[in-house]
Design a protein around this ligand. Sequence first.
Ligand SMILES: O=C(O)CCC(=O)C(=O)O
Length: 320
Amino acid sequence: MSAVRIRDEQSQAPHFEHVAVAVREHLGFAALPRVGDIDRETFQREYLEPERPVVLQNLACDWPALRKWTPEYLGAKHGDRLVKVYDASFAAPGSSYMGAVRQLSFREYLELVVSGSLDARMFLYNIAKQMPQLVDDIVLPAIADGFSRRFVFLFAGCKGSATPLHYDIDMAHVFHTPLTGTRRITLFSPSDSANLYQHPCTVRSYVDLNSPDFRKHPRLRKTHGYRGRLVAGETLFIPSRYWHYVEYEQGGYAISLRCRHQRLRTRMKGYLYLGLLSPTDRLLNRLFGEHWFEWKDTRAHAVADAKDRPLSTSGSAGPH
Ligand SMILES: O=C(O)CCC(=O)C(=O)O
């Protein structure tokens, strides 16, 4: 399918000002912390161990990818490769659950990223497997142990795309560095999972941050999240199990590095999701579609409602 045709099919892009107003008026957010240069000890003490998110402004400043990876360079090197593209229907229940909406050449997709505003994302694209020469342009950070050159994931999106609210299924810590474009980031701590009505067997929340429905999701008001903007060259540290919602203010691409969690128990939980819960969710989706979705939603509400009792005497736990 040609880029021109796809451009004609432009979908409704989320309106970021509207999002900002809705979120500011109804939910309490702290600004995402930011640091410049940081040494290993400080990072581990202040952010990794307590699992606090932070924007690391200089972590990637020596990556050759930041200079080299223009759309023209990537197109010349790997433009003919076919890539799968996803949109907001990714999480819709039914037979297409988690399926790609189309396949096109990387060159065509990059053209869209530069100039289009289609809801079209590439995600979890492991360049270590698909385009291994590119990995030489990334420097694994020395501020933590547990990175692997075998898992270097590309995430890309056109202006107006959004990555739904989720946390990463393998429970790894994520270091997310846009190489081009700016993103608005919303994060919530794992302690907000019930307040976000997490669907069982998944790492997804279906609350609508663009226009929160507090009658349907009253506990959303109890959340204490972070908001901030991430620009090209900065690295967002997303601690294990932290909820993230990413809005592409401009089209662009990013690299996410994963850092294995230091505790075996947390890693085991990741294997449980990857090996059992997620395959079960996919199967039940295929078999029961909407009914399975509704069951998960009912469970999510039951878990959230159960939280209300103890909370009438104590406050909610937030990330700050
Ligand atoms: O950039 C994105 O689209 C989302 C990034 C993300 O979800 C991740 O790195 O885990």
